[in-house]
Design a protein around this ligand. Sequence first.
Ligand SMILES: NC(=O)c1ccc[n+]([C@@H]2O[C@H](COP(=O)([O-])OP(=O)(O)OC[C@H]3O[C@@H](n4cnc5c(N)ncnc54)[C@H](OP(=O)(O)O)[C@@H]3O)[C@@H](O)[C@H]2O)c1
Length: 270
Amino acid sequence: MVASGYPGGVKLGLGGHSYIAELGNDPPPSFEEQCALVAACLDAGIRLLDTTYYQERVALGRVLRELGRRDEAKVTGWNFFKQPGKEDELVAWTSYAPHHIDVMLQELQTDRIDLLVIHAEDDPATLHRELELAEVWAKAGKVRHVGLGMAGLGHLDQLPVGHSVTHVLAPYNAFNRDAAALFARARELGLQTVAMSPFIRGWKLDEIGEDTAEVAAILLRWVVTQPVVDRVIVSMRKPAWVLANLAAVARGPLTPEEERRLATWVARHR
Ligand SMILES: NC(=O)c1ccc[n+]([C@@H]2O[C@H](COP(=O)([O-])OP(=O)(O)OC[C@H]3O[C@@H](n4cnc5c(N)ncnc54)[C@H](OP(=O)(O)O)[C@@H]3O)[C@@H](O)[C@H]2O)c1
């Protein structure tokens, strides 16, 4: 397995829900808007591009092909697959099977996935089978790194000796801090941590009801500056959010006054 870590780039990653309508993007971004968004991310050094559902893999594959910038990106793929009769739905995850990697590569129009995410499984035998598959795919050069997604603390104990997992991914934000212990333990084990959903699909930005730019900046800075967090995946539809979010991150930790504002939002809108 290749060593963990992403050369260069910034702490933010782009979420795959940016391309689809089903999770709150109404209307969905046009192909031209998707291309402008991904180009803005790559130009700004945001190289980690997440895809969860198959629709997102198809969208990102088309965009990177159009831009001709696949090699600049670090693409993440999860085990959510197209199911007959449910092509337009967001379906639940499926345990990896041998044919899945080629399906994913075809959808993404690429020859490798930089971070293959295995959705956490409560059955250790299933997880071990998936890890073995990921090893085979890594040896074939089709997978660069392996992550455990939506993991709980207990899932780390299920990892077999000599496993190839290098990353854990979980929702983690000011309103949902459940993953703090998971990330701390993952760090002790030498794994990288990826926090997702800084704005809980953007709903918290609306709920808080204050100046959206200020709220977004404070929520993002809180999670980005948590010592247990290596990366933060944020969903963005507008290229303007890319620069706004990078500018927010550059401002560093919250001031005591901002911490107080955040605490009142959390108390009110948890
Ligand atoms: N949540 C989970 O359980 C989960 C599971 C697996 C994977 N993920 C990954 O995590 C990613 C992010 O999670 P999420 O979908 O919950 O979304 P999120 O990143 O918490 O919030 C996204 C929303 O925030 C808005 N936004 C972003 N930057 C903004 C800014 N500077 N100012 C104002 N609004 C801003 C976007 O608005 P616009 O629509 O206007 O751009 C978008 O609607 C997903 O895309 C996915 O790749 C999440």
